[in-house]
Design a protein around this ligand. Structure first.
Ligand code: GUN
Ligand code: ZN
Length: 428
């Protein structure tokens, strides 16, 4: 039993649905075996649990652990190539690096660097785009099991339009995926996701094989890319002349449902948004990637109006790093600048998008996403070095929302002092 005494910010009710920031200057979370069993005044917590260890975190601000709904494990060394649109960036930056994961030693090194990137940025749960190599996906799951993060991931599959080393066949993709499902899905905090890279590199038979895996293994997930770039969209239309649109390439393969997370969706049609809302699929919004690759402005307003679930993704390595604080402020910038009329976002919206929204997208919201009683203690302590601009800004903020805005505007992984998953320390 531990009592964490802290200044706590979270968003138990969506600010897009009338909720606001829940901010407490001095609250105590009583955590027993990773579970938050009480949230109360310190004196009440203390007298109820006189022998409990007390951890005083009041020098910082305690937030729920961040949830990244789209991040590529093989691209941890490919962050920061600027100046190219999607297909050129894939060919010259991402894919040559992804081919190196055929070497197991290389993959193990990357798995460790990748998980370090997540924990260091305060990410405690993630939908991780895996590798084209089953051995590399196995290495990721094994490393994630050791670190303890909540990871959903899978074997990336493609059968065209990529370098030969990254291609598979229907039979191989099914047998390797099934082996990984049997080994890892439901083990601890790990889950499997069917992961066709995108319909530009996965033909109808390969997508349908993924749909069959999904039908045969209830509870597994699906992730892929959607409507990111105009050239990509035109290429998909040429490969799938019979499909209604890009989304329909996944839908007709049986890959679209409540447990489907599709990254980007920068250029959706109204039909696609309506269909995503109907089945409860989620869009992973990746604003630094959309900016770096000049993919376009994410139409958040249209997603919200249609009722499509949206959460944040870092999209490492097209995105510029693991920080969901950076993704949050970039989402804010892009909504401000969108010539089509963006949604004005407050700091509470940004926190929601980086935490509870992701937990809902991943159906982890019964366990994590905010710091209420009954949730697991997945948390991040933002504690900048005293005297640094963020520390000064938080100290002189004129409201809790203002302090949180400063955290998004200025916060970096260097300001994340401690991170817990299920009550276990994973950083700090
Ligand atoms: N579409 C297909 N693969 C990728 C990728 O690795 N990154 C991004 N941003 N889009 C993709
Ligand atoms: Zn991606």
């Amino acid at each position: 039993m531990i009592i964490y005494r802290a200044r706590i910010f979270d968003t138990p009710t969506s600010p897009f649905a009338g909720g606001s920031l829940r901010a407490e200057a001095d609250a105590s979370l009583v955590v027993d075996g990773g579970l938050i069993v009480a949230r109360t005044d310190f004196s009440v917590a203390r007298s109820a649990h006189p022998d409990a260890e007390v951890v005083d975190l009041r020098e910082g601000v305690l937030l729920p652990g961040f949830v990244d709904t789209h991040v590529h494990y093989p691209q941890v060394r490919a962050i920061g190539h600027l100046g190219m649109p999607l297909l050129e960036w894939l060919d010259s930056c991402a894919l040559p690096e992804e081919a190196r994961l055929g070497d197991e030693t290389y993959a193990r090194a990357l798995a460790s660097e990748f998980l370090r990137g997540l924990t260091s940025a305060g990410t405690t749960s993630a939908m991780v785009f895996g590798s084209h190599f089953a051995t590399a996906v196995d290495a990721l799951f094994a490393a994630a099991a050791e670190v303890g993060l909540r990871i959903t991931s899978g074997l990336v599959t493609s059968d065209r339009n990529l370098p030969e080393a990254l291609l598979t066949s229907v039979e191989r993709s099914v047998s390797e995926s099934q082996d990984l499902i049997d080994r890892w899905h439901g083990s601890g905090r790990l889950r499997f996701a069917v992961t066709p890279r995108f319909s530009y590199s996965a033909g109808p038979e390969l997508l349908a094989a993924g749909g069959e895996l999904l039908a045969a293994n209830p509870g597994i997930w699906v992730t892929s890319h959607l409507n990111e770039n105009r050239d990509e969209i035109a290429g998909v239309a040429a490969i799938f002349p019979e499909a209604l649109d890009y989304l329909d390439t996944y839908d007709r393969a049986g890959l679209l449902g409540r447990r489907t997370i599709l990254a980007h969706n920068v250029h959706p049609s109204d039909r696609e948004l309506g269909r995503m809302a109907e089945v409860g699929a989620s869009a992973a919004h990746c604003p630094t990637s959309n900016s770096a690759l000049a993919s376009g402005f994410f139409p958040l307003r249209r997603h919200l109006e249609r009722g499509v679930r949206v959460a944040l993704g870092s999209d490492v390595g097209a995105g510029t790093g693991f920080s969901l604080l950076k993704e949050g402020v970039q989402a804010y910038f892009m909504q401000q600048l969108d010539p089509a009329g963006g949604v004005p976002l407050t700091s509470a919206h940004l926190l929601y998008l980086a935490t509870a929204a992701g937990a809902e997208a991943l159906e982890l919201d019964a366990e994590v996403g905010d710091l209420s009683v009954g949730k697991r203690f997945d948390a991040v302590l933002v504690e900048p070095t005293p005297g640094e601009p963020l520390a000064v800004g938080i100290r002189h903020a004129h409201s809790d929302e203002d302090a949180l805005a400063k955290i998004f505007a200025m916060g970096t992984p260097g300001d994340i002092a401690r991170v817990w998953v299920d009550g276990e320390t994973v950083k700090g």
